[in-house]
Design a binder for this molecule. Structure first.
Ligand SMILES: NC(=O)c1ccc[n+]([C@@H]2O[C@H](COP(=O)([O-])OP(=O)(O)OC[C@H]3O[C@@H](n4cnc5c(N)ncnc54)[C@H](O)[C@@H]3O)[C@@H](O)[C@H]2O)c1
Length: 407
């Protein structure tokens, strides 16, 4: 067995130790062979936690193909470990966008019955380049906010060709993965990449959604002064009440030492902002696509740029300042770190596993379009997680119940 396989297997085994809900669900799924004979294509960040999920699908009888949703987050040792297990993997770390798209298309070549997408690229290919695949598809799931936003757009035009569950919008996903997972892993990625201190710095977080809230909370805990930029007035007030300062990016740009974009929107930091930033400012994106920090603008304002440390490009601006962009503006926590903690992805992948089974079991009822995971499935995951944490849950007596529910 080669070193790459061994390294991947070790990472996977470590993650699996901290995924009790997925392990519990796996026991039941394996016994019933719930995905027996079904072809499942999984397009997601290819690292150890994902591998636990992919292996689980295989153990439940599925014929699984795995591909990455971002070439910088693909870990080659994990891919090799999966290949050693007989899983088809179409991915390689750091490939060009053309190669990345070729991998996505290759991952669909066996005509899957079910797909799991993260960010909507696979769904886009099926809808616009390979529509014939939709005929065989029982359904799909979508892992992240940006992918769900793309689905909502398709849904508005009535163009979704098969049932797709917005897994991101399940409570047991976004409340934990987006908030606490991103909240922690963004700082893990930034700290590992830069080896700088956060305490005492001014951190600007763009977007106070689920991910932004988490990243801001952790920045505060690390001792930073936190500034939030938002376009939604209600979220902006929430940020104020949470103790942060809220202002426009035009003003925040002059004050920040570290910038983190988490909006799912494009052009959040652009030309006018780079020009007024402090010398030495650090910028990282953790939104799904590398469009939040405008790299063309950055290039146009620079006299030169070079890799000054792994995953850091330093731009020397015409105004004499240097600013640093982490991970080429791609998801910093996955491109420069290992992503979310295993205990968090335990819940996200349990959502995904139960969503795929739900699609299979309800295939005759579900119409093409976007669907949500039923609440009882969220509650089932929460109960198993609580049990695994040794936490107790009170139950109401009949008297309490009738009082509480005004029966
Ligand atoms: N890095 C990760 O591991 C990770 C994990 C989950 C989600 N994501 C991605 O992060 C992004 C945010 O996800 P979320 O779940 O927090 O979404 P969300 O919809 O809950 O929050 C996004 C917030 O950004 C605000 N916003 C939009 N455009 C803005 C702009 N130009 N300036 C300032 N604020 C703006 C919105 O009002 C909203 O409050 C998405 O792209 C999502 O796919 C990344």
């Amino acid at each position: 067995m080669n070193d790459l396989v061994l390294s991947g297997q070790k990472k996977i085994a470590w993650a699996k130790r901290f995924m009790p809900v997925l392990t519990e669900i796996e026991k039941d799924f394996v016994e019933k062979q719930v995905f027996s004979g079904l072809k499942i294509t999984v397009c997601i960040h290819l690292e150890a936690k994902t591998a636990c999920f992919v292996k689980m699908l295989k153990n439940t009888g599925a014929i699984v193909t795995a591909t990455g949703c971002n070439p910088l987050s693909t870990q080659d040792d994990v891919c090799e470990a999966l290949r050693a297990d007989g899983i088809r993997v179409c991915a390689k770390h750091g490939v060009s966008m053309e190669e990345y798209e070729r991998h996505l298309e290759e991952s669909l070549s066996d005509g899957p019955d079910l797909i799991l997408d993260d960010g909507g690229d696979l769904t886009d290919i099926i809808h616009h380049k390979m529509p014939h695949l939709a005929d065989n598809l029982i359904g799909g799931t979508e892992e992240t906010t940006t992918g769900v936003n793309r689905l909502k757009n398709l849904a508005q035009k009535g163009e979704i060709k098969y049932p797709i569950i917005a897994a991101n919008d399940a409570m047991m996903k976004f409340l934990f993965d987006n908030r606490y997972g991103t909240g922690q892993s963004v700082w893990d990625g930034i700290n590992r990449t830069t080896n700088l201190v956060v305490a005492g710095k001014t951190v600007v977080i763009a977007g106070y959604g689920w991910c932004g809230r988490g990243a801001a909370l952790r920045a505060k805990g690390l001792g930073a002064k936190v500034i939030i930029t938002e376009i939604d007035e209600i979220k902006a007030i929430e940020a104020v009440m949470d103790g942060h300062t809220v202002m426009k990016m035009d003003d925040a740009a002059k004050l920040g030492d570290i910038f983190v974009t988490l909006t799912g929107c494009k052009d959040v930091i652009t030309k006018e902002h780079f020009n007024v930033m402090k010398n030495g400012a650090v910028m990282a994106n953790a939104g799904h696509f590398d469009v939040e920090i405008n790299k063309n603008d950055l290039l146009s304002l620079s006299v030169s740029h070079e890799e000054t440390r792994q995953n850091i490009e330093t731009y020397a601006l015409k105004n004499g300042n240097e600013i640093h962009l982490l991970a080429e503006g791609r998801l910093v926590n996955l491109a420069a770190g290992d992503g979310h903690p295993a205990e968090i992805m335990d819940m996200s992948f349990s959502v995904q596993a139960l969503a795929l089974r739900y699609l299979k079991e309800h295939k005759d009822e579900l119409l093409p379009g976007m669907h949500y995971l039923p609440e009882e499935i969220n509650r089932k995951i929460a109960k198993i997680k609580l049990q695994s944490l040794g936490a107790g849950l009170d139950e109401l007596s009949p008297e309490q119940k009738s009082y509480y529910f005004c029966e």
